[in-house]
Ligand binder design. Structure first.
Ligand code: FES
Length: 569
């Protein structure tokens, strides 16, 4: 091991060393803690405003125990936290801001290795993006999903919110029913209990090799979550000694594995945006077409909501992600190294399936060709994504007339109007919810269907937007259209009644309007006034990239490394 980075602070002599150590000593830390011990930062996204991460102080204690056991010196620090449920207008607006906090906090401080405590959706990609740009040894510990909700004798979790909302629109689910159901659903610590974005992210970091095996699915309330945190605390100390920086884990092969595994678990469409952004920071070449080429033909091996029937708790008891990875071994780069110091194959070689109704074998998958598909056409020249496993097969090849909403406020104002010209063959189009246009690309792409459609008993229609969809949602929903409408993409030029063709097999998203007419519309189009002329959001609007690049800020791509050359004392 070369000299520890932290010794550039604590190992100094003279006035500087005095200052670096003395103020730490006010915490009652003995002198020998500063001498050549790996200093491990515990990067904590704990916040009572991020309910999914509210148990992270306990989890940090387990990490701390592990670090001490292995001879390291743990120092916990807070970073910005993003709770999906409370942050307005959308947590995605702040993912890149949080990643800057993580990156700069790591680089600016005497840290040799870092444990990232992540849970609610954006806290995982933001933490990993920041860590990539700082590039020190890094291990991730996820907070774990909630226990499955129990309501009126049925298992429920976040995906049921969309069903309850549809029932409520029809008038068959009262406010009182809502209050009762919400208490029954969130009955333990942890993040959403389905294969939504948080669980997809927990699987993503395990697939990339950034966690110890088994991280993704252990429920937050299960004591084994703390054991994993303690083991991770031990392991990061050795990673520092082995100089295993995050850049050694995040190779192109690791990203390819993650795409294939995400397809097999029916992971969230948000995976695409976040993995692209992480690859951008890690300086690993990856583009939107890689998701289709590597993932779309993969079989579905996990029967989990929102694509399937079961919950994250069931997934863990059924064998969890290790069992899926073991089934996929012939599809994966099995020799890539992970934070455990072993390869992905070695980590998961003994993993078994305990419940075949939850995890399928590779020979008998729940569905063929289940991964995210990238479609293109004049309506999405730089691409749009759809998750076939959450869509209605009959609607994946469809032609219909557009019912256009200019923005989300327009949608809310008109969607349930009796005179809205819509039937189940129509295609709902929502504009101005992209990365710049909203701004922040909210999860509104799975628009709840118009009341008069729901009353007919119809549960799905084709929907198209430049926004995102919650990983807990479902439907035949085309998302992340790029270029977005606020940037003058063809989406901005769709008028009510235009004919649109979607064909997932042909990977097509086409607006059937002549080029001449589109040209005329383009001349009349006016870019929306996005407002926001000060602060972070104005900076975000100027610099955010389109969805096909991961919606990072252009100046955050790549890394600055972990060296700090100047010293102000
Ligand atoms: Fe935090 Fe779903 S709201 S993971």
């Amino acid at each position: 091991m070369t000299k520890l980075r932290s010794q550039g602070w604590f190992g100094k002599t003279g006035k500087d060393g005095f200052i670096y150590r003395a103020w730490m000593k006010n915490q009652g830390i003995p002198d020998d803690e500063f001498r050549n011990k790996p200093v491990i930062g515990i990067c904590n996204t704990w916040s009572e405003l991020t309910p999914c991460n509210a148990h992270f102080r306990e989890l940090a204690e387990s990490v701390r125990r592990g670090v001490l056991e292995a001879g390291g010196f743990p120092l916990e620090f807070p970073v910005m936290s993003l709770g999906e449920t409370l942050i307005k207008p959308t947590a995605m607006l702040y993912r890149n801001l949080m990643s800057m906090d993580v990156e700069e906090s790591i680089r600016a401080n005497p840290i040799d290795g870092v444990v990232l405590l992540c849970g609610c959706d954006k806290t995982t990609p933001a933490s990993v993006m920041g860590a990539c740009s700082a590039d020190i040894p890094t291990i991730v510990v996820s907070g774990g999903p909630m226990l499955t909700g129990k309501y009126e004798g049925k298992d429920i979790a976040t995906s049921d919110i969309w069903r309850f909302a549809a029932e409520s629109t029809k008038g068959t689910f009262t406010d009182e029913d809502m209050r009762e159901a919400e208490a029954c659903m969130c009955r333990s610590q942890g993040h959403c209990a389905v294969m939504g974005t948080a669980s997809t992210m927990a699987c993503m970091v395990e697939s990339l090799g950034l966690t110890l095996p088994g991280n993704a699915a252990i429920p937050a309330a299960d004591s084994r979550r703390k054991v994993l945190a303690q083991f991770s605390g031990r392991r990061i100390v050795d990673m520092v000694r082995e100089e295993m920086n995050i850049s050694k884990i995040l190779t192109r092969e690791a990203f390819e594995n993650a795409i294939k595994i995400n397809a097999a678990i029916g992971g969230s469409t948000n995976f695409v945006l976040h993995l692209l952004a992480i690859a951008g920071r890690a300086e690993v070449p990856l583009n939107l077409d890689d998701f289709d080429a590597l993932g779309s033909k993969m079989p579905l091996l996990a029967n989990l909501q929102p694509s399937g029937d079961y919950f994250m708790e069931d997934f863990y008891y059924a064998g969890g992600l290790p069992a899926v990875i073991n089934q996929l071994k012939d599809h994966l780069h099995s020799g890539v190294i992970t934070v455990s110091g072993k390869t992905v194959l070695e980590n998961n070689a003994n993993a078994k399936i305990y419940s075949p109704e939850v995890i399928a074998t590779i020979d008998k998958p729940f569905q063929e060709n289940a991964g995210i598909v990238v479609v293109r056409g004049n309506l999405a020249e730089r691409g749009s994504v759809i998750k076939p496993s959450a869509a209605t097969p009959a609607l994946m090849k469809h032609r219909g007339k557009a019912v256009v909403f200019e923005d989300i406020e327009d949608y809310h104002a008109r969607v349930n109007n009796e005179d809205l010209e819509v039937d189940e063959t129509s295609i709902l189009v929502l504009k101005n919810v992209g990365p710049r246009g909203y701004p922040g690309m909210p999860e509104v792409g799975n628009m709840t269907l118009p009341r008069k459609i729901l009353e007919k008993g119809i549960t799905d229609m084709v929907r198209i937007s430049d926004g995102r969809m919650s990983g807990t949602a479902f439907g035949t929903v085309f998302l992340h259209v790029a270029p977005e409408s606020a940037d003058g993409g063809t989406l901005a030029l769709v008028y009510n009644g235009d004919e649109i063709e979607v064909d997932v097999e042909k990977k097509l998203l086409q607006l059937h309007v002549s080029e001449k007419e589109l040209e005329k519309r383009r001349e009349n189009w006016q870019a929306p006034d996005l407002g926001h002329n000060r602060g972070y959001i104005s900076h975000y609007i100027k610099h955010v990239e389109q969805a096909d690049l991961g919606a990072d800020l252009d100046f955050l791509r790549g890394k600055s490394g972990n060296v700090v050359t100047r010293d102000s004392h």
